[in-house]
Design a protein around this ligand. Structure first.
Ligand code: GTP
Length: 361
């Protein structure tokens, strides 16, 4: 055991006067100082042991149960508190690990590693107790200082954690706002601007999503195309044409349930993808669309109306079919398009059905 007192009395660098001289008049910053006075160092050296430590040598690790305190006589020691907490570098006459000394078997809160070759005084729990008789005033003052330091450290930690919580909350809020914006953007990308229905991209993405969670064995596809729509544009202008397209969208929106999709594929072509297991179910959707357009046309052309007023709707041609859930869109569309083609060729304003195995004309 190296008591090291000779080294202390001459070389000790008193950072301020002995604590016992005026402990009560000290400011909080001084009360929390981790630097020993020459008197304290000399007293502790009576009971503790001096030891040499090489740069890089670990003195203790976080979580180790400690019963000793260290004072640096010469050299430097780094304390790492882990995570993103700021570490500390301690120099001559600074002490650390005092909770191990005061409480005994206290889990270390930092890794202590020698940063520069050091000469250290190590003081054990029981060794410290033996100093109480030797100089109770100085020991009392040290204890008061050590406790103040612990309390101030705790308070500073709480403040840091509060700040970090606040920063985290702010980061979460930003994240939520960004997610909301992303969702809105994604919604816009999937939506047809004129009608508010899904656009072709939206329909494809929706079908992809349905495929990942499992498609029903059969679905109904209702392909809708405006009849002689070009004439509406040519006679009444593009704005009137837009209004007709919006009316078609309203009819489709009115007929779909929560599991169905109404989509504007492009131009004057629309479709419904509906949950259906039979031809009758699909045909109900198809007839509803054509008949609603017919009813609106009748209203539009009532006696007394201005014959040259822009129309609110135009006749619609519809091709309908049942499709297999595991088939792809090209197959679905090809089949419904055959029926639509027949409806157009027959003069439009009607529904045609395409059976799975019917001869294709
Ligand atoms: N107003 C308006 N017109 C559009 C829009 N998109 C495409 N069109 C027009 O829709 C018309 C479609 O013409 P066609 O494909 O010949 O269709 P149609 O006149 O209905 O002919 P059939 O289907 O054979 O009865 C074209 O004149 C396009 O310019 C749009 O967003 N708004």
């Amino acid at each position: 055991m190296n008591r090291g007192t000779a080294a202390l009395t001459g070389s000790a660098r008193p950072v301020r006067s002995a604590m016992s001289a005026a402990p009560l008049s000290l400011r909080a910053s001084e009360m929390s100082s981790a630097v020993l006075s020459a008197g304290e160092f000399g007293l502790f050296a009576h009971a503790g042991r001096m030891r040499e430590a090489r740069a890089g040598e670990p003195l203790f690790r976080r979580g180790d149960l400690g019963t000793t305190m260290f004072v640096i006589e010469d050299g430097e020691v780094d304390l790492h508190f882990g995570d993103d907490l700021v570490g500390k570098r301690l120099g001559p006459y600074e002490f650390f690990g005092e909770l191990g000394l005061l409480i005994g078997n206290h889990a270390r809160t930092a890794d202590a590693v020698v940063a520069r070759d050091a000469r250290l005084l190590e003081l054990h729990h029981q060794e410290f107790e033996s100093l109480v008789d030797r100089d109770p005033i100085m020991v009392g003052a040290f204890l008061r200082r050590a406790i103040t330091r612990v309390v101030l450290n705790e308070q500073s930690l709480i403040r840091r954690l509060r700040r970090r919580n606040h920063d985290l909350q702010a980061a979460l809020d930003t994240l939520h706002a960004t997610t909301r914006q992303l969702n809105q953007t994604e919604e816009l990308v999937r939506t047809d601007e004129l009608t508010g229905l899904y656009n072709r991209r939206g329909l494809m993405l929706h079908l992809d999503e349905c495929r990942t969670i499992g498609m029903p064995p059969t679905m109904g596809l209702v392909l809708v195309d405006c009849d002689r729509f070009k004439q509406v544009n040519d006679h009444h202008g593009h704005v009137a044409g837009d209004r007709v397209l919006q009316s078609v969208a309203s009819i489709l929106r009115a007929v779909v349930g929560p599991d169905d999709i109404a989509c504007r594929l492009g131009g004057d072509e629309f479709c419904l993808v509906v949950r259906a297991g039979t031809a009758d179910e699909v045909m109900r959707f198809a007839h509803y669309v054509v008949r609603t357009a017919q009813s609106l046309l009748e209203l539009d052309g009532e006696p007394g109306d201005d014959a040259d007023a822009p129309p609110i709707i135009c006749p619609l041609s519809v091709g309908a079919c049942l499709v297999a859930g595991n088939a792809d869109w090209t197959d679905w569309y090809g089949r419904a398009d055959l029926a639509l083609y027949r409806a157009k060729r027959s003069g439009g304003d009607r529904v045609e059905w395409q059976d799975a195995h019917a001869p294709e004309d």
